[in-house]
Design a binder for this molecule. Structure first.
Ligand code: PLP
Length: 345
């Protein structure tokens, strides 16, 4: 197999891990220098805090191969900052910002042979776990933690180019005010049953959480409305995950001359918007994926033509061009691999 003929694009998103990972454990609450190791089962005590009391969080970012052959991480510094915020919310030891960034770069460097060519990418999954072995620690934080960065060659998250069908859920929230902004598995656990029900009952791909009619986000992506002039998405608050893709798309949209509105969206406005505008999911995995159908109380409403719209496609193209180094990065988002991240040890 040649260098970049990875295992990626034909496999379901995230089901294949690249061979190397980067790890750092704490000792006395301080993170030790990171190491590159082969991916293997973790040495984890069965009483580990994360397994019982949910002290676990993660990040998801991508390394892209440019047309010039260079590999660039997209906004790794921002992902590291968000991981630190999640760690603090879970009362876990907070790793140093520079160390997290370096570990991300090291995971990409150690798996450089496995970065698929566009439209694929190497998805990086930094993960932080509380590892104190004490099942009595229900109301105590974990003093010790394990941080590791896995890598996975990926194609498109929504491999099917068909626009998505989304059930609008107005009774249940995705998360809680304490954890809306925290990238923790616990939020996914809460959304899973709701998403499976929407799949079984309505054939929906995803659930858009809009408790009390307040449109927030789907189980794993932010949400926006768009048309030829405007991009509309909920303003930052405690109810949803502050996506780095969301931020990037809003910056690009302003740059391209769209009017950006960060404000509340009601379900009534959403359903009315569907007749003339576009809707999309946005996130590292989803990139920008068009919504073709909304399902509310069993009633199906077509969004625009039912296909991903032209503004969705335009913003997606603008974003991936910056990620791949094919368009100027005016914002300092792309990070060529750090020399300090080349494997030592
Ligand atoms: C990760 C995530 C997103 C997307 O965030 P990005 O930084 O754009 O990848 C959106 N919503 C939820 C719930 C998430 O976990």
């Amino acid at each position: 197999m040649s260098a970049n003929e990875g295992t990626a694009p034909a496999q379901p998103f995230g089901s294949v891990t690249a061979p190397m990972m980067v790890t750092s454990r704490t000792q006395g609450g301080e993170f030790t220098p990171w190491r590159v190791e082969p991916v293997a089962p973790l040495d984890l005590h069965p009483a580990s805090h994360a397994l019982h009391y949910g002290s676990a969080c993660f990040e998801g970012l991508k390394a892209h191969q440019g047309e010039d052959g260079q590999v660039r991480l997209f906004r790794a510094t921002d992902h590291a900052a968000r991981l630190r915020g999640s760690a603090a919310a879970l009362c876990l030891p907070v790793p140093d910002q520079c160390d997290v960034v370096e570990m991300m770069h090291a995971a990409a460097a150690a798996n450089a042979q496995h970065v698929p060519p566009p439209p694929g990418a190497l998805y990086l999954r930094p993960t932080l776990l509380g590892v104190d072995a004490n099942i009595g620690a229900a109301a105590a934080p974990s003093a010790e933690a394990l941080l590791y960065v896995l890598a996975s060659p990926v194609g498109d998250y929504f491999a099917d180019p068909r626009a998505l069908a989304v059930r609008v859920e107005t009774d249940l929230p995705r998360s809680t005010p304490q954890f809306g902004r925290v990238k923790a598995g616990a939020n996914y656990a809460m959304a899973l049953g709701v998403t499976l029900r929407a799949r079984n009952e309505d054939g929906a791909d995803q659930v858009l959480f809009a408790p009390g009619g307040d449109v927030q986000e789907t189980g794993a992506s932010n949400f926006m409305l768009l048309d030829d002039e405007r991009v509309v998405t909920k303003g930052l608050d405690h109810s949803f995950l502050h996506g780095i893709t969301r931020d990037s798309v809003l910056v690009l949209a302003r740059h391209l001359g769209y009017r950006v509105e960060e404000r509340d969206i009601t379900v009534d406005e959403l359903l009315a918007w569907a007749s003339q505008g576009e809707a999309a999911l946005i996130g590292t995995a989803a990139v920008i994926s068009g919504v073709g159908t909304l399902i509310h109380h069993g009633r199906r409403t077509r969004v625009g033509t039912g296909e991903a719209g032209p503004n969705t496609a335009r913003l997606r193209a603008a974003l991936v061009a910056v990620q791949r180094g094919a368009a100027p990065d005016l914002w300092g988002w792309t990070e060529p691999l750090l020399p300090s991240a080349t494997p030592r040890s």
